[in-house]
Design a protein around this ligand. Structure first.
Ligand SMILES: O=C(O)CCC(=O)C(=O)O
Ligand SMILES: [Fe+2]
Length: 234
């Protein structure tokens, strides 16, 4: 079935207005039972499916994105129902998500500020399981000025509170211009720089202890290699 080219009207109510374009934050996108089911599936994966990195471990599903084209692998059923649901909202401009990264962070783990880059359609959608986190955004280093040292602190712009069971959709400037990261701490303090508190719930000054968070980062890789499919048919 054809997917819509833009986010459906009912989701526009979930736009985070105090962030640059475009952020949608949808609380309780999945139920507690679905969260439980997804965590079970993640933990059922065979051990070699995990890659241990410093500060997190991850599973890659759908193939490895590559400048020459990803050799696509079929997503497992348990992920397909969610990739289809999110694609059906119009998150990927009429295309279907074909790639999922599963990241697991213990308290005090995180991910350095980075850009997701050109191998993906410029939209990232994230389901959060097990625990909240704060996703922090940074301006890129300004190459045109070298008078004032540019620290992570001086480049920090805002944060989003990602509650368990929520869906985050990032597009446009928020995907293309800003970097995102998660600091390696165990307790988050909500500040006025957390710009989605009205949608996520929470008070400035409140502290939240992190548990183990599993995120499903769901994306569309436009450049896919067909070679393996041709070989498979012979
Ligand atoms: O866990 C997250 O929500 C962020 C993951 C991420 O930025 C990535 O895998 O590129
Ligand atoms: Fe990322």
């Amino acid at each position: 079935m054809a997917k819509p080219e833009a986010i459906s009207e009912e989701f526009k109510a979930y736009t985070v207005k105090d962030a640059p374009p475009t952020v949608y934050y949808i609380p309780d996108f999945i139920t507690e039972a679905e969260e439980e089911y997804l965590l079970q599936q993640v933990h059922k994966a065979p051990k070699p499916k995990w890659t241990q990195l410093s500060g997190r471990r991850l599973q890659n599903w759908g193939g490895l994105p590559h400048p020459k084209g990803m050799i696509a692998e079929k997503l497992p059923e348990w992920l397909m129902s969610y990739t289809e649901k999110i694609s059906g909202l119009g998150a990927f401009a009429g295309k279907s998500a074909n790639h999922v990264l599963v990241n697991e962070y213990k308290p005090e783990e995180g991910i350095m500020p980075h850009e997701d880059g050109p191998l993906y359609h410029p939209t990232v959608t994230t389901i959060t399981l097990g625990s909240h986190t704060l996703l922090d955004f940074y301006r890129p280093v300004d190459q045109t000025q070298n008078e004032v040292p540019q620290t992570e602190e001086s480049r920090y712009v805002l944060s989003l509170l990602l509650r368990r069971r929520s869906l985050l959709i990032l597009q446009d400037e928020m995907y293309k211009r800003y970097l995102h990261g998660i600091s390696g701490i165990a307790v988050d303090t909500l500040s006025e720089r957390v710009v989605n508190l009205s949608l996520a719930g929470g008070q400035v000054g409140e502290t939240l202890s992190r548990g183990t968070r599993v995120s499903l980062t769901i994306r569309h890789v436009p450049k896919v290699c067909r070679a393996n499919l041709l070989l498979a048919r012979k």
